[in-house]
Write a protein that binds this ligand. Sequence first.
Ligand code: FEO
Ligand code: CA
Ligand code: CA
Ligand code: CA
Length: 664
Amino acid sequence: MDPSHGVDMLRTQHRLHRRWGLMTMIDQSENQSVNPRATSAKTFRDVLDLRLSRRGFLATGAAAGAVGVTGCSDASVATPTGHAASAGSVSFDEITRDITDTIAYPDGYTADLVIRWGDALFDDSPAFDPMTQSAAQQERLFGYNNDYLGFVELERSGGRVTRGILCANHEYTNTVLMFPGIAERFPESMTAELCEVEQAAHGGTIVEIARGEDGGWTPVVGSPVNRRVTARTPMEITGPAAGHARLQTGADPSGRRVFGTFNNCAGGITPWGTYLMAEENFNGYFLGELAEDHPEAANHARYGVPGGWYQWGRFEDRFNLNAEPREPNRFGWVVEVDPMDPSSTPKKRTALGRFKHEGAESIVAPDGRVVLYMGDDQRFDYVYKFVTAGRYTPGDRAANMNLLDEGTLYVARFDADGTVEWMPLTFGTGPLTEANGFDSQGEVLIEARRAADLLGATPMDRPEDVEPNPLTGRAYVMLTNNHRRTEDQVDAVNPRANNGVGQIVEIIEPDGDFTSPTSRWEMLVLCGDPSDETSGATWNPSTSEHGWFGSPDNCAIDPEGRLWVATDGNPRTGSNDGVWAVGTEGEDRGTGRAFFRAPVGAEVCGPRFVSDGRTLFAAVQHPGDTDGATFENPGTRWPDFNNAMPPRPSVVALRRNDDGPVGS
Ligand code: FEO
Ligand code: CA
Ligand code: CA
Ligand code: CA
């Protein structure tokens, strides 16, 4: 390794994570309507004591809520079993917290580089040349900055999954690392051609992957399921808001047709095997300015529109508010895509509400209704769940394909006594009436944030991934950080002011009933450095010096019900980001263990287990994105380490050399 690089890495350790700093500076749209319940003079220690005293409830509560999992390829289906179930603890040789320019994982494991930005998907895919990028080239290649990873099992042999479909979101593009000769992250000098490359690098990829003779995962180039979804793919708008006047534009008077999706952060795979792509920071893609008294002005302000990050609006009216003031209302949704049919039209499911959707993980409740947990990732925004009106029909895919068009969207209020009240965003109930400017359920969903403000939801420390555990009847909320929370804004569930490291909250559904309008909550862990007495971190004391982390972002539940957490922001804590296992049960509860470390500058997204437990996929996003990094001088050249190639966001498969279950 180049020793001069070590100096750079050390400098990086003392700097803010560049992307985080950017988001802090340019996204001023957070919720200013902070709920009075959120103001409290309690210190985090007071409220923590309150929450810890409830641990006794947990032991019995977990048993009472015991559910089991039934076999179903990639679906999470909870069914009562009548016996206590819990997740076990993990076992592997822990890695270290460190700043290095490549990946790290435990002894006895292998990492396959499954697919990189620019890798071929189709028989006619052109060779990737970072010096001569075009939209035509990028549309046939794996996109940029992989975030969510879904996996739909296709084939299994002897208990071992051998073939499946990988679904990967491409969240955003980064000019300085993607393109040669650009020194500024969002330059106004962007050409129409480069904007088209950016659009083609966004969205998602659906690609068949298979295990070879050596057990490694590789893409099946030319598979009939392979598909790119981009910021230009035609889509249908469905559900209660479809056709609403506020979704109608000059190009689409019907309010039912839209081109593309972007800033797809996390997502989900439904029990019927469709791929959900969550639209997160859509505000950043719009330019222009509306008069203060424009009918959309207050709505756009609540969502931070226009963000003005990308220059697309200079070349296309739909991204320019002055030309199309309603176009932003057609983004901020969850998109459902059928990965088995590349000719199918993706659908924006408006019943799930419009906000900065982080993810959309689902589970079938014991009564057959499907429940999705969703975070709105902004400082002081909310946690939601959606319960379908209809019931899941096992084995009848067609019967399930429109389940997400009808149901009830709820927003969470986390009370200090450990109660979660899920409040319905239902037109005509409570404050969600014409008196407050809502004309229909469609309009409540278009302005879901304002509706949730009126209901008194609890403003959270940036809700990222929320994932249900089918084995225990609980769900885990990743709250990544919130530097702007002040001492008089702390509450039981967000107990630290100037919170730079985040926390993980556990939701306990009564009797494993994920549809319940009332749940309980516990603090699983307040993140941060436990050796720093001022940090307020609450790790289990058995956590090693490498086992703690900050800024939880994405998570996964493995087939044994164990929690794994991927992070975005640990350069601030002196380590690259990575994946840590976090104990949730008994004496192991709250213990962190370091499993995977990304290269410098990267965050880790995904993570996703194959249902046989033998592979953990991890998405390495924005490798080399250190302070001041450029295409010519990136923080690392992982994974190619070729001076002619910039760093490439990539998907890694982590598996045991003996092919046993990961973490056991
Ligand atoms: Fe795209 Fe909330 O992370
Ligand atoms: Ca995220
Ligand atoms: Ca997840
Ligand atoms: Ca992230």
